[in-house]
Design a protein around this ligand. Sequence first.
Ligand code: AOF
Ligand code: ZN
Length: 355
Amino acid sequence: MDRALRMAALGRGLTSPNPLVGAVVISPSGVVVGSGYHRRAGEPHAEVYALRAAGPAARGATLFSTLEPCCHTGSTGPCVDRIVEAGIARVVIGVEDPNPQVHGKGIQFLREHGIAVTVGVRETEAARLNLPFFIRVRYGRPFVMMKVALTRDECVAEALGVRSAITAEQTTSDVHALRAEFDAVGVGSGTVLIDDPELTVRASPQTRPLTRVIFDSRLRVPCSAAMFSTQQAGPILIVTTEAAVTHSSDHAEALESLGARLLVAPLHDLTSALTVLSNEGITSLLLEGGPILHGAAWEAGVVDRVRIYVSQTEFGRSGVRWFRVRSAIVESLNNLDVRMVGPDECTDGYVHRID
Ligand code: AOF
Ligand code: ZN
């Protein structure tokens, strides 16, 4: 199963909205006769690659799969049929598939066909690998990570409306690497107006487009925003309200002609805005700010993971604070990881325990 987990991880960042899955076939004498992993949504499942590699050696063998094998026909056929046809004697599963089309039914089908099934081997690791997939399937929203950069005196800006440098170069690279792991990165319209970020992945190899999401209830984002000049980096979605589109229909059209897509959602309720993004196939979202959007997400209970960078800088009394004191957030996190990134301190943790 450890080997299957390592195989699964090879698809990291490439399979969304589908899960990362790895599979290994072992002969009765304990020899690995086949292995594989899921590479991209719409392409064959991990089990299929492993069975193909094993060929006739799959007969009487054990299949290890990090996720319950599927029993439905989506963009590819049911894996359980192939497992039965291949003559597999035993299936060992990391974690049950939360997808309602599969959940438990894959296991039941295998057992009904005389295959011995063991479930829950390395379950924590198998579930952790696919946290975004699990959250999207269970709650109909993307996995959300809130990221912030604070000064030592816990400010996010030097003064209201002022673009302020906080962290060092090493943190910039660290953030770009983090962005590369997500389907989408999101900011509030205030951040666009003040910081005018490109929200691209610059310091890391980019293997796929990164969707940029702007939460903009009043449609304040200007056509001159830097993001519109980096269209090739990934799609731009503006989540706004029915009222704003009606009120500023010319501006809405102008933004669309620049290549942005407007999605309408009741923005007082961030949960439904996130559902709209989930329906667009977004499984993970990195919320970069500002403090109002962070506060709204935190209050709505839709934050799954938090990362806080703290620099050596201080802005003093005129500085703008985050929506809460750092310790109040950090105290509520689990699986904490604290490390130095150059001169900055980086704290990372999960809102719910992940083991
Ligand atoms: C994957 N890769 O290795 C496994 C998956 O649309 P489909 O046919 O690709 O089906 C996707 C569903 O299949 C997915 O949501 C999950 O429930 C199940 N298993 N999916 O993409 C895999 N084993
Ligand atoms: Zn399958």
